[in-house]
Design a protein around this ligand. Sequence first.
Ligand code: PMP
Length: 363
Amino acid sequence: LAPSNIHAIAPYQPGKPITELAREMGLKPEAIVKLASNENPLGVSPKAYEAMQDALEDIARYPDGNGFALRDCVCRKFGLQPAQVVFGNGSNDVLELAARAFLAPGLEAVYSQHAFAVYALVTQATGAVGISVPARDFGHDLDAMLAAITDKTRIVFIANPNNPTGTLLEKQVLHAFLQGVPKTVLVVLDEAYDEYLSSELKSEALSWLEEFDNLLVSRTLSKAYGLAGLRVGFGVGSAPVIDLMNRVRQPFNVNSVAQAAAVAALEDDEFVERSRALNQAGMAQITQGLDQLGLGYIPSYGNFVSFHVPMAGDVYQQLLKNGVIVRPVAAYEMPDYLRVSIGLYAENARFLEVLELILKARS
Ligand code: PMP
């Protein structure tokens, strides 16, 4: 019944839920270690939790469809004008709003090989053609991406840092790329993992918005802010771009509990800093462990790392049998890699311990 572009979509494969594996194994959920979806192992900011509980009182009412309080909070925090911000049901929704507003059959979107899977999905859903540009050292090859732009291109998607490779583009390189992109093409710069970067590496893209009307920066509350289950993200761009995205947005796409929690989470810098510090320590722990096991990995700027292991699909299954969920990335054209999210110290240790046992049993 559906058109061929819908049939051609390869469904998104989320990380296996803890409850599903616990049921399959007859274990309590606490016995499972999930390092599969780049979630925040610290959970949620206590302040955001409190805000959620307060918001439940008003659950019979529709949410504020314009997100006034959340908009005010985001604008104050990042020095923006209200008309520059659009909210999404997670940043995936922001990516989809961009696709729905700017793509159509006969048009094209450009993204990198190994880039976040949702770019291809939202592109194909509109009937537009996705152009996947071969990566360079697992990262975006911006010269090749520039060369891939045609008069049909309307969006270029860039993930910085990228998931699942964890690669980061240098600020000057990215800025030069933006200068080269035609003004008729929207650059969607997905910065889902920006909060994990050290202060000198953090993005400056929000300060480039005055220079580039065709830039949309996407951020999420799902990672360092710890609200993945609530679904809140936002896009920041020029007022005309945001206006077009709002036209295709569902009126109440971000629920009221999520809006209230997001305000509290955005105001809790201390929680975000703790999340960043924990991630830095956990990244060192996991990469040292991988070094000791003799496994190569792609140096990562996110809260996850993709490591090289022969017969990755088999290793994934064996990790599952031991109650450890990681993420296969074969669908990203990385069949010999697995991606592990950085967890709490004990979770990282458990992952490394089980991985070592699996590798030893093989040799
Ligand atoms: N962009 C990137 C690069 C991601 O890795 C993710 C999460 N996997 C997202 C966007 C979407 O996150 P969310 O919809 O939870 O905001």
